[in-house]
Structure formats: C-alpha cells, structure tokens
Ligand binder design. Sequence first.
Ligand code: HEM
Length: 276
Amino acid sequence: MPVAWQQGKDHDKISIFARALSVASTTLIHRLIFPKWLWKLPIQSLRDIDNSWKTVITLLDALATSRQAQYSSEKALGKEHARDLFTELISATDGDTKYALEPPEVELPIKNLGEVNKLKYVLACMHEAHRLVPATINLPRDAPEDIIIHSTRPVEEDVLVRQGSRIIIDIMAVCHNPHDFPDPEAYKPARWHDVPDHEVIMFGAGPRSCVGRRFAQTEAVAFLAHFLRDWEVETVVLEGETKEACFERIMAGASMYGTAFGLGEVPVKIKARTLS
Ligand code: HEM
C-alpha cells in the first residue's frame, strides 16, 4: 500500500496530533530559547507553533495522568505494575522517589548480550563520535529555587541563579572544551578509556539523564562490531580535495534534524572485507 509522506489534512484526533508533533519536533530550540511573552504576540506563525506545543503537551499530560492513576491503584492493591518504559518513567515521579530513577531501573542487566560490555574500544569510538557531534546540543533546566553555582573557570566565583530562571547547558561547548578535551576537533577514542559513566555528558547528567542509554549503547556497539567485522567503510573524498576540506564540506551540512543535531549527508564507500 503506498503511504504518503505529506502530513494528512484530516481532522481526526490522530491526524491533529501527528501534525502538532511534527511542528513541535522541529521547533524545540525556539520553544526553549524564546521568552514566554513572545508566544503571546499576534504573529500567526508563532501562534501556530504555540498551539502545536499546547496540543502535544495536553495529550501527553492526559496520558501521563491516566497512567499515573493506573499505576497508583495497582500499587495500592499490591499488584505488579507493567514494566514498559512509559510506566517506568511515571513510577519514577511517584511519591518519595520523585525524580529519582532507581539504578536497577536504569541499568537493566543485559543477560544474553553480556559479551557486548566487553567491547570497550568500540564503545570508546561511539563516545568519541558522539562527543564530536552530540545528538543533544543543549540541556535545559528550570531552577525550582534560588541556587548558587560555584564556577572554577575562567574565574572562581559564585553565580546566583534565581528561582524560575531557565539554564541551558551548552553540550556542544562542553564537548569541545580544550581544557577537558585537548585537541578537541580530533577524533581520539582513547580519551574514553576507563572514564566513569557519569562523565559521559552526551547522555545528560543527574537523575533526569537518558533512560535509554544502556539500550542505545548496547545496540550501537553490537551493530558497529558486527558491521565493521564484515565491511570496510571509507569517506568519499572528492578529486583533489584535502582531508581538511572534506571535513569542512561534511560539517557544512551539520544542523538540527528534528529534535537531534546531526551531520546530514555523509557519502561513504562500503567494501566487503576479504579474509586474509
Ligand atoms: C545515542 C542515543 C541517545 C542519546 C545521545 C540520548 C541522549 C539523551 C539526552 C542528552 C537526554 C537528556 C538528559 C538530561 O536532560 O540530562 C535524554 C533523555 C531521555 N532519553 Fe535519551 N538518548 C539516546 C537514546 C535514547 C533511547 C534509545 C531512549 C529510549 C529507549 C531514550 C529515552 C530517553 C528518555 C525517556 C529521556 C528523558 C529522561 C528524563 O527526563 O527523566 N534515549 N537522552
């Protein structure tokens, strides 16, 4: 059955939500950086974006509230709750454990993929690629109360962050800071050998860091190991192009793709490995 790529013009709930989600996924940065008053201006394009966000948030809130009610009643009856990702997230915001995912929830043991954990060099390559081009380039946080942050560089000082302020952590800048990553534009996977998990900033930090991290890492390492065992990959360099010019050409396509930062087109040549 042919499937159209265009957004449908139907007015049923699913089509309305799909269109709203499509707008929201491409305007995440606007949503984070524009001040609240700007969305109230009588500008149609801003109103459309704002309405799309309201549609998405209203539906997600309703889903979360209904799942929260289901989870609470199952808990009160002493029943085992469903273990899907959405319910795990809801349960992590419940009562005393609010905002704190328990380690066993985050680090599900990978029973039959245990071997993947031993591929430390492949994991280091994945981290280094992520550092150079992080999928998430900023982490927003809203201060729930007045907070003092102590900075050590470039000068040592206390910075007061007022309640209600939005702080954006610039992950791209953190990942390319020559103080922590000398020669920051170079691809050097060895930087990640024996680095503790919490220093891998590309998956966020603290109790709200990425819950899909183990899954994403395991999948990426397993895929890369299998793929690179059988295939050689080469970047396609144009005739007369230097390695640096090739890098510049590829980086020129770097941009936000939906909610993630990425490189766009990277033409590569894939060749089957020959057994020697
Ligand atoms: C390479 C792949 C991935 C990267 C780089 C990544 C990165 C991130 C980052 C930076 C955050 C924000 C953390 C923070 O604010 O401190 C996040 C949150 C999150 N990620 Fe991922 N992620 C990846 C894959 C996944 C996958 C596969 C899943 C689901 C199976 C997932 C589910 C989530 C969820 C649910 C949150 C929100 C957590 C919360 O607010 O408590 N992620 N991710």
